[in-house]
Write a protein that binds this ligand. Structure first.
Ligand SMILES: C[S@@+](CC[C@H](N)C(=O)[O-])C[C@H]1O[C@@H](n2cnc3c(N)ncnc32)[C@H](O)[C@@H]1O
Length: 200
């Protein structure tokens, strides 16, 4: 995985350019393994770090990513992933608020086992992504929402949308992580925080 990371860094994006930290990627890898997830969707591919984590979790895993950015860094990361994990990654370009509702789960599948919401961070987008990804997920699928850090401006949308999904009974919270430590409630200060739940 380290070499995959180095290769992704070489694609022109800065290390802090919207990527998950290594600790989070390792967490996602172990989570996918623990939940026996073989079909995974992520909204927000960027340069593929979280995809690499999921693909490394098991040779059986297939990942579908939704990404709005078509810059060279994204294309380069996609080429790298295809060379390293052939036929296991599908990238759908476009605004997730349109592409996720338009996505058709193949008739041979009963939906994704795990979805990772890490695309647009404004409240309407995260709210739509949580609701739209549910339609593509198996009943009881695992959901991870990144950036529950309302003390940063990019964390306000995910936090509000997550809290509403819990309040409205769309998800049952299972775990909160703050700087890669499990906590009962996310509180600042922390650099990174995310929530894990189960769709109801
Ligand atoms: C934080 S980065 C994703 C990082 C990635 N999950 C990882 O851990 O390596 C967020 C990504 O979401 C993408 N994005 C933002 N708004 C989006 C939208 N409406 N639809 C799809 N992707 C979007 C951005 O272009 C960016 O690449």
């Amino acid at each position: 995985m380290e070499s995959a990371f180095r290769r992704a860094q070489g694609s022109g994006a800065a290390l802090d350019d919207g990527i998950s930290g290594l600790a989070q990627v390792l967490y996602l890898m172990y989570l996918a393994r623990a939940r026996k997830a073989s079909s995974i969707a992520e909204i927000g591919f960027n340069i593929g770090y979280s995809s690499i984590g999921f693909l490394e979790s098991s040779p059986q895993v297939k990942v579908t990513s939704f990404e709005i950015n078509t810059e060279a860094s994204v294309e380069s990361a996609k080429e790298f992933i295809d060379s390293r994990y052939p036929d296991r990654h599908h990238l759908i370009y476009g605004d997730s608020t349109h592409t996720v509702p338009a996505f058709q789960v193949p008739p041979s599948s009963d939906g994704f086992d795990l979805v990772f919401i890490d695309g647009g961070h404004d409240y309407p987008c995260v709210k739509a992504d949580i609701a739209n990804a549910r339609r593509l997920a198996k009943p009881g699928a695992t959901i991870v929402v990144d950036d529950l850090t309302p003390w940063f401006k990019w964390g306000i949308g995910p936090t509000t949308a997550w809290d509403e999904a819990v309040r409205d009974g769309i998800v049952t919270p299972l775990e909160y992580m703050s700087d890669a430590v499990a906590v009962s409630r996310v509180q600042g200060p922390a650099e990174r925080a995310w929530a894990v739940g189960q769709y109801r």
